[in-house]
Design a protein around this ligand. Structure first.
Ligand SMILES: *[C@@H]1O[C@H](CO)[C@@H](O)[C@H](O)[C@H]1NC(C)=O
Ligand SMILES: *[C@@H]1O[C@H](CO)[C@@H](O)[C@H](O)[C@H]1NC(C)=O
Ligand SMILES: *[C@@H]1O[C@H](CO)[C@@H](O)[C@H](O)[C@H]1NC(C)=O
Length: 160
């Protein structure tokens, strides 16, 4: 189902690209860096959240941060929300026809909206863990080019 969804979006994308080329006489590839004539793309964001000031494991005793709400925000807008599971894992899929990788790396970030004090009362109840994204490469799965993104490193953003 996901496959046919991306197929349709891709056909739309190609149609728009051709219209753009016809209208402007320029090739849209440079403008959109689009995957024309190549694979369909998909961005995957995965991470594991721990109950600490930087969201990482500080030795084996750091518990995971389960049931934490993680938002994917791009340019300030909330694009998607994920909740960490019992293993502290969260995951997002992002449609690259909507976003370019360079845009995502520069403008998107993860925000944990559940306070740290939820998983450890000794940790702050205000402020939010935030992290930019980094790409760790892409793999081809069938017709899909899946670009894997991970948090670049969480830090506690104090309340404004
Ligand atoms: C990690 O553990 C060390 C020593 O137990 C402590 O000083 C440090 O503040 C901890 N760091 C975080 C991010 O919790
Ligand atoms: C949490 O999600 C991760 C990644 O999808 C998965 O590997 C893990 O088994 C899940 N854990 C639980 C307890 O469901
Ligand atoms: C897959 O996508 C990434 C990010 O858009 C790109 O850098 C890479 O060249 C693509 N790989 C292939 C085989 O198309």
């Amino acid at each position: 189902m996901a496959y046919s969804y991306y197929c349709k979006l891709s056909l739309l994308f190609i149609a728009l690209t051709m219209a753009f080329t016809t209208l402007t006489g320029r090739t849209a590839e440079a403008q959109l860096s689009g995957p024309i004539g190549s694979l369909l793309g998909l961005f995957r964001i995965d991470g594991i959240l721990f109950c600490s000031l930087d969201g990482t494991s500080n030795g084996t005793t750091t518990p995971i941060f389960h049931d934490a709400k993680v938002q994917l925000r791009c340019g300030g807008a909330v694009i998607s929300t994920s909740v960490t599971n019992a293993s502290g894992a969260f995951s997002f899929m992002l449609n690259p026809l909507q976003f370019l990788l360079s845009y995502v790396l520069d403008n998107c970030r993860l925000t944990v909206t559940t306070p740290l004090s939820t998983c450890n009362a000794a940790l702050p109840s205000v402020g939010q863990l935030v992290s930019q994204l980094q790409s760790v490469g892409s793999t081809v799965v069938g017709l899909l080019n899946v670009t894997q993104l991970v948090p670049g490193g969480f830090w506690l953003l104090p309340p404004s």
